[in-house]
Design a binder for this molecule. Structure first.
Ligand code: SAM
Length: 452
């Protein structure tokens, strides 16, 4: 009987993509992937360390799995492995702090999982690999392991060179490394043939894409390698192409020009600003001012297409005063974001900001979080209401969880859209006339069955 592996994933799309890659390698090596920790011989946690809360969740889950197997009286305890960002950062201290853990697998050791598990199964204790990706290891994800048969994540760049003072990512994921354009385009062509309708080109900073060679981009113009790649990927004919996350300093207006040339490049840009105060942006080492950012927003808003814009903001960075926070509120009012992820600053050991004094009181962080959330929800309410009477193109993903009579999916502008339908199937692209706006979703009427 095949050994069963269960993988639980925390954090960003990069982790989801890494889990898909790990599952592909494990199945090739003869393992079966299972959907429950209870029946697994090996339980892997693919972890996130961006904020303290995410790290704590994993420790709790390790305890639950260990205690769960004790309670169910299983003879053989599963092997427990920690992979991803926490593994890379904490290394062998995990074995001390969580004695139930048998394996620690760093962010670039995904492809070596089968041999690492094998070593642990043969009785080796505290198996650890924090090494780099090796020659010959390449991005390989089988359709069976993708979490959706219609929407696929395609990583184009790993790691981060930006070293924002608050952020752990450069330490957990290493330096930026871009995949070759030839490989990316071939993957998108393959996904299209398999019936995928949408790809998300992903990376911590997707627009910092800098491949070693220009091979595969020769036929495409563009001010940056990324905007050339966008044109090359659009040329595959893939129905819908989204990309996330964009880094402001590397956001060239030519990205907007590419979106105007190719309708299959979707009308959504995620461009995290983090703060509206120049003083705080400097302390965060973002390499851009509020005005630099607003110039990018002007280019986006000046587009012939109506582009949806979303962002991330951290409140309560060390030293953030009421005035700094007011600057953030002003910037949010000016940007009129379609969506905003707000985070309370979380101190990450090893980052430059961790040694900054002048921490903001937890009560002040919470108050600023709520004030910004209230502002965003009123702006968002207006933006969502503006969609009433307009028709949007929706990739149908599944039945709505709220009502079995409704289907749900995302628009090209990356909004959740629900609509009543008895015939529409997941994977179809349909036009929906919006009749109602809710805080985080739109509701409408099916106008046409679209491309299948
Ligand atoms: N470029 C990455 C992306 O979005 O894919 C950023 C990684 S991180 C998952 C997403 C967001 O987490 C960042 O844009 C930032 O707002 C937030 N974040 C990162 N470090 C943080 C910290 N120390 N405290 C609070 N929020 C943080």
């Amino acid at each position: 009987m095949k050994s069963k592996v269960y993988i639980e994933t925390f954090g960003c799309q990069m982790n989801v993509a890494d889990t898909e890659r790990a599952a592909t390698g494990l199945r090739k090596a003869g393992y079966e992937l299972t959907a429950s920790a209870e029946t697994a011989d090996v339980v892997l946690f693919n972890t996130c360390s961006v904020r303290e809360r995410a790290e704590q969740k994993v420790i709790t889950r390790i305890g639950e799995v260990r205690n769960g197997t004790q309670r169910s009286g299983k003879q053989l305890k599963p092997l427990i492995g920690v992979m991803g960002c926490v593994a890379q950062l904490e290394g062998d201290s995990i074995f001390k702090n969580a004695p139930a853990v048998d394996l620690v697998i760093g962010t670039r050791a995904t492809d070596r999982l089968p041999s690492l598990i094998e070593r642990a199964r043969k009785g080796e204790s505290s198996v650890i690999d924090l090494g780099e990706r090796q020659e010959g290891e390449f991005w390989d994800v089988s359709p069976a392991e993708r979490r959706s048969p219609y929407v696929a994540f395609v990583p184009i760049i790993e790691g981060c060179n930006k070293f924002c003072s608050f952020c752990i990512v450069p330490y957990s994921r290493g330096r930026e490394k871009s995949r070759s354009a030839v490989e990316i385009v071939a993957e998108v062509q393959g996904l299209r043939l398999l019936g995928y309708k949408e790809v998300h080109l992903i990376g911590q900073n997707v627009n910092s894409y800098r491949p070693q060679s220009r091979q595969g981009l020769e036929r495409y113009s563009g001010a940056t390698a990324f905007s050339r790649l966008l044109r090359a990927v659009a040329d595959t004919g893939m129905e819908r192409i989204k990309f996330t996350t964009s880094f402001p300093r590397d956001f060239h207006p030519d990205i907007v020009a590419a979106l105007e040339e190719y309708p299959n490049l979707c009308d959504w840009i995620h461009l995290p600003v983090q703060s509206g105060s120049d003083r705080i942006l400097k302390a965060m080492r973002r390499g851009h001012s509020a005005d630099d950012y607003l110039r990018r927003v002007d280019a986006i808003r000046g587009s012939k297409r109506r582009l949806s814009l979303t962002s991330d903001i951290i409140v309560g960075f060390p030293g953030e005063s009421e005035n700094d926070f007011e600057d953030t509120m002003r910037l949010v009012r000016a940007c009129e974001y379609d969506g905003l992820f707000i985070f309370k600053y979380s101190k990450r050991a090893g980052t430059p900001a961790a040694i900054l004094e002048d921490a903001v009181l937890e009560t002040d962080k919470t108050a600023r979080f709520l004030e910004l959330e209230e502002l965003q929800s009123s702006l968002q309410n207006r933006i969502y209401n503006d969609y009433i009477g307009r028709t949007v193109s929706v990739l149908v993903e599944r039945e709505s969880t709220r009502s079995s009579e409704d289907m749900t999916g995302h628009s090209t502008c990356h909004k959740v859209v629900n609509f009543r339908s008895h015939q529409t199937k997941p994977g179809e692209i349909v036009d929906v006339l919006i009749s109602q706006a809710k805080p985080y979703s739109l509701y409408g009427k099916l106008m046409s069955e679209g491309a299948n």
